[in-house]
Design a protein around this ligand. Structure first.
Ligand code: SME
Length: 152
């Protein structure tokens, strides 16, 4: 089920507060990723797969995630995640089947949002990848909240 815009606002506001509480004082990157994924995945009804891919050398390597087993490694520029990394730009894909080179880790995935994560120098160090089992599940509300939560 895709929440309405108003429902998304409430769900994200509540999740953001819980994430801030959980991560307060935690500096380890993987621990922070795991906490964010756990809360977001449980809170948002339209999230089917929620996880991080970390930049390791010239590839993305899977990090903390919730959902069915994801692909372990993605090359720069490949699929939605590799494109978000290469372009340093958020990707909102309403229909993954229409995205050239989309990597289908789970055939039930229909739409997707990928948000780059940057270090303090502005380098992309990871991407947050969220998939939905419904088409066009993500919009400007998801984009704005996910970008904000990644800054915590
Ligand atoms: N959909 C991604 C691949 C990762 S999985 O969906 C977990 C992509 O095309 O980048």
């Amino acid at each position: 089920m895709i929440p309405t815009r108003d429902e998304k606002e409430k769900l994200y506001a509540d999740a953001a507060m819980r994430i801030q509480g959980l991560l307060s004082g935690e500096t380890d990157l993987v621990a922070r990723m795991a906490g964010m994924v756990s809360i977001l995945h449980g809170a948002m009804p339209h999230f089917f797969w929620t996880g991080f891919y970390r930049v390791v050398g010239d590839e993305l390597v899977i990090g903390p995630y919730q959902g069915t087993p994801g692909c372990s490694r993605i090359a720069r520029g490949r699929g939605v995640c590799g494109t978000a990394w290469e372009q340093g730009a958020i990707q909102v894909v309403a229909d993954v089947h229409a995205f050239p080179g989309h990597i289908a880790c789970d055939p039930r995935s229909e739409s997707e949002i990928v948000v780059p994560v940057r270090d303090c120098r502005g380098e992309v160090i990871a991407v947050l990848d969220v998939d939905s089992a419904e088409k066009a599940a993500f919009d400007e509300t998801d984009q704005r909240w996910l970008e904000q939560i990644l800054c915590f």
